[in-house]
Design a protein around this ligand. Sequence first.
Ligand code: FES
Ligand code: FES
Length: 163
Amino acid sequence: MSVILYVNGTPYRRDIEDRILLVQFLREHLHLTGTHVGCDTTQCGACTVIMDGVAVKSCTVLAASADGAQVTTIEGLARGETLHPVQEAFRAHHGLQCGFCTPGMLMMAVDMIARHGAALTEETVRDELEGNLCRCTGYQNIVKAIMSASAAMSRPAPASKVA
Ligand code: FES
Ligand code: FES
């Protein structure tokens, strides 16, 4: 079947087999390999992307059912050389070690900050990370990074000077 997905703002039309998963579509058809596969069984969260504004585990979504969707992957976060605030916070707070879980953690963080805004608490972050597993960090610095990014993204932008 033919599907069209809007990935990181770019439309991609591809002919695919019905059984292809969204994560396979991203990695194998579009060569966007930043989205990782840790388990393939909905356990680890390494494959998390944002689809139509909601974080999903892309190993559990058929590409066919994503036809017409807007998808954001880890490759879509930075703007050129400028890191997304969540990426910057993970860098500053050492929220990663081997980095395998990191793309999924970042996409989940973006989703939870968008939903909770300034009301995001450390307890909520820990609850919502239940489906994202990390073998390296012990989570402490991941939680710190997400709280820091949430604070940075909730601050009002400085007023621009009027000449
Ligand atoms: Fe999708 Fe692990 S690869 S949840
Ligand atoms: Fe290694 Fe999370 S940083 S699995």
